[in-house]
Design a protein. Structure first.
Length: 171
């Protein structure tokens, strides 16, 4: 049971079922781990497979399905939703695809880019893959961060970044 789950190691690069904030279970790749010093616990940065990267988040290990019984329960609870996600197959013209890609800012694949651009894009993606700062606190406001932001090294790897509302210094 629960004692055995605590011993299971969460591996970077592996995919687990993860319970989202809305209670639903989704496949998620573990990208990174950290010790959240503010809350004295280990957390894992997950990317929900098939979802936009802005939904990536830091989660507790108790939100990952690590035991076999938990995995089976999570799969059963997510099965009814799988049919809703499937889209009917439609043929689209090249022109429709181009318009769709332009409107939705679909990026070229690395193979479609020249080698220098592809190398720079890969490097940028590696650097910006993990969003370390989840929340920014300014005055009476707490703001959710959507993507990676390049904060100074001393401040950029904590779950919550405090900023003075008067002088805008990091605290």
């Amino acid at each position: 049971g629960a004692a055995r789950d605590a011993e299971v190691a969460v591996e970077i690069g592996e995919t687990y079922l993860c319970r989202r904030a809305d209670g639903s279970w989704h496949s998620a790749e573990v990208i990174q781990s950290r010790l959240n010093e503010q809350e004295a616990r280990e957390e894992f940065y997950v990317h929900y497979v098939g979802f936009n990267r802005r939904l990536d988040e830091w989660v507790d290990r108790n939100r990952l399905a690590l035991s076999k019984s938990l995995k089976e329960a999570a799969q059963k609870s997510s099965e009814p939703f799988l049919g809703e996600l499937a889209e009917p197959e439609r043929k689209i013209t090249r022109n429709q695809k181009r318009k769709h890609d332009e409107i939705n800012h679909v990026q070229k694949t690395y193979a479609e880019m020249d080698p220098t651009t592809a190398a720079l894009e890969k490097e940028h993606e590696a650097i910006t893959k993990v969003k370390y700062v989840d929340k920014i606190h300014i005055g009476h406001y707490e703001i959710d961060a959507w993507y990676f932001s390049p904060f100074p090294e001393d401040y950029g790897k904590q779950p919550k970044l405090w900023i003075c509302e008067f002088c805008l210094k990091y605290m």
